[in-house]
Design a protein around this ligand. Sequence first.
Ligand SMILES: Cc1cc2nc3c(=O)[nH]c(=O)nc-3n(C[C@H](O)[C@H](O)[C@H](O)COP(=O)(O)OP(=O)(O)OC[C@H]3O[C@@H](n4cnc5c(N)ncnc54)[C@H](O)[C@@H]3O)c2cc1C
Length: 309
Amino acid sequence: MKKDEICQKFLQSVGKILTIDEPLAHHCHFQIGGPADFFFRATTEEELLASVNFARQEGLRFRVIGGGFNIFFDDRGYRGLIIKNEVSSIQLQPESYVEVLSGTLLEELIQFCLVHSLKGLEFLAGIPGTIGGAVYGNAGAFGEAIGDWVESVKLLTARGEIKVVDRDYLKFKYRSSFLKKTKEIILRVNLKLSPGERDSIASRIKEIRQQRRAKLPPPSLPCGGSFFKNPVLPNGRKVPVASLLEEIGAKGFRVGGAVVSQAHANFIYNLGGARARDVLALASRLKERIRRRFGIELEEEVIFLPEDA
Ligand SMILES: Cc1cc2nc3c(=O)[nH]c(=O)nc-3n(C[C@H](O)[C@H](O)[C@H](O)COP(=O)(O)OP(=O)(O)OC[C@H]3O[C@@H](n4cnc5c(N)ncnc54)[C@H](O)[C@@H]3O)c2cc1C
């Protein structure tokens, strides 16, 4: 089917316009990626469901993204439909439960918790992205992770069914959840928080932001956050990957427009005009050096989406 025929069908079925050949570099913080055949911004849960169901019915490859803070795209773009999830709302429920639609920004969630004096999520301060992206990758910092606060999640399954699952189903691990395997779509997240003292929540948020400013490169630099996960040794000990990278002198390593930050060895950023192939080549060079020096196999935390994934 031709691109404009698909757009016509989408308009009839979803009632919205699909964008053709949208540059994906505009939709990830890394600013890397060629054009997506089709692109759609979902702003309601109905639109999110309808666009995913449309892609499945038409046999169109698709991927739901949130803020694009943990992903970069192929230089050739994406042969399918990228759905940007902007479905956002937060509702306070009895007994300190909070229901969050999956496209809600973490920053809005933190502000909501502060206004309602709910404690628990302060560690998320400064982590960019949506709650959907955060649950998918079990985002966290300072030894805490979002999975610890998730009570249940409403999902759209691969068969197009909607189901509510509890935390056990999600099998949260360090920067990972079961959803990385099932590819189910997160629609809503239900969090169980605790009542707190507004001033102490505010000062904890401030403290976290200060620590991030002191430790990490400026958040405006185009990147995907920490590039590699901290490796876990056979004895269960987690090793800070940044220190391993420093030992091999990685700071300043560069391939094309991709460079390892001088401020933090686990941040690869786009100097301007970096291609996905630059980042991939730089990452594989770093992995090779770490393998040779320490016998450790690094695993990427930042996601690369090939054009046909
Ligand atoms: C400067 C900077 C600092 C960062 N600091 C941290 C940090 O301290 N800790 C940390 O953990 N991360 C950090 N990150 C990474 C990033 O902020 C988190 O991974 C965040 O959770 C990504 O959310 P997102 O909405 O941008 O997801 P995206 O990057 O848009 O997507 C990431 C993955 O989630 C999937 N996904 C997104 N939404 C859904 C959904 N609704 N249903 C199913 N799958 C979905 C996508 O398909 C993709 O595979 C940082 C990133 C940057 C740029």
